[in-house]
Design a protein around this ligand. Structure first.
Ligand code: 4AZ
Length: 236
């Protein structure tokens, strides 16, 4: 996160760290968001390994140390959007579900540090203030060991597809958020898959997932997010 601040513990209790298991231990790869006790949303482009190599860590603040509030799960199943495609380096329908493997008959246990976010049924107006959170690269050029968050505004498709911005690279599975006046606030590498949440009636809804961008924190290049609500998807 560029232009972010360290979050207070339990402010974004749905944020997950998607980690890759290695011989030397597990390494943060992407963000994710808890939407049900056994289900985490992430970006499809984050799935670079089979389920057996992945681990989801909930309730984390500092990635560098073991924390008492953390809850760790293996991944039982991965469901990638059937229309996920990378075209000209742009990921389309960049969304996947991870089913957590229960431990002792249950997955996530709700605590002050671990909770689900709500799923939206509709869109919000442009200019709405929302949050992004993650452990990705900051303006120092390095990833953060502490969970950071920042406030960004939803930007209309029309503005974000203008030539000076993303020049018609966005389709209906994506939207932009940032601050065209304060360009330094953005998501970056390592934040991918993590949530863009907006508060409606006091509840946090996951409207977007960090997906892509043209570098980070650049003027006129706001971050691009996967649209989570099904408003643009065919019905069943
Ligand atoms: C990335 O490389 C990435 N500024 C994520 C988000 C953004 C840019 C790049 C948005 O994963």
């Amino acid at each position: 996160i560029y232009g972010g601040a360290k979050t207070t513990a339990g402010k974004h209790p749905w944020v997950a760290s998607l980690q890759i298991k290695t011989a030397k231990g597990s390494k943060h790869q992407c963000g994710g968001v808890l939407i049900e006790a056994c289900w985490v949303l992430t970006a499809a482009h984050c799935i670079t390994q089979p389920a057996g190599y992945l681990e989801v860590v909930l309730g984390k603040q500092n990635l560098e140390k073991r924390e008492n509030q953390e809850q760790i799960f293996d991944v039982e199943k991965i469901i990638v959007h059937n229309k996920y495609r990378e075209k000209n380096h742009v990921p389309h329908n960049d969304i996947a579900l991870l089913k957590l493997k229960p431990v002792g008959g249950h997955c996530a246990v709700e605590t002050k540090y671990v909770k689900t976010a709500c799923l939206p049924n509709s869109s919000l107006p442009d200019g709405t203030d929302c949050f992004i959170a993650g452990w990705g690269v900051t303006e120092t050029g390095e990833a953060s060991s502490q969970l950071l968050d920042a406030s960004v505004r939803l930007i209309s498709q029309r503005k974000c597809n203008e030539p000076r911005a993303h020049n018609h690279k966005l389709d209906e599975s994506m939207f932009c958020a940032g601050n065209l006046r304060r360009p330094g606030v953005d998501s970056c590498q390592g934040d991918s898959g993590g949530p863009l949440t907006c508060v409606v009636n006091g509840f946090y809804y996951v409207y977007g997932l960090v997906s892509w961008g043209d570098d980070c924190g650049l003027r006129n290049k706001p971050g691009v997010y996967t649209q989570v609500n099904g408003a643009n998807n065919p019905g069943t």
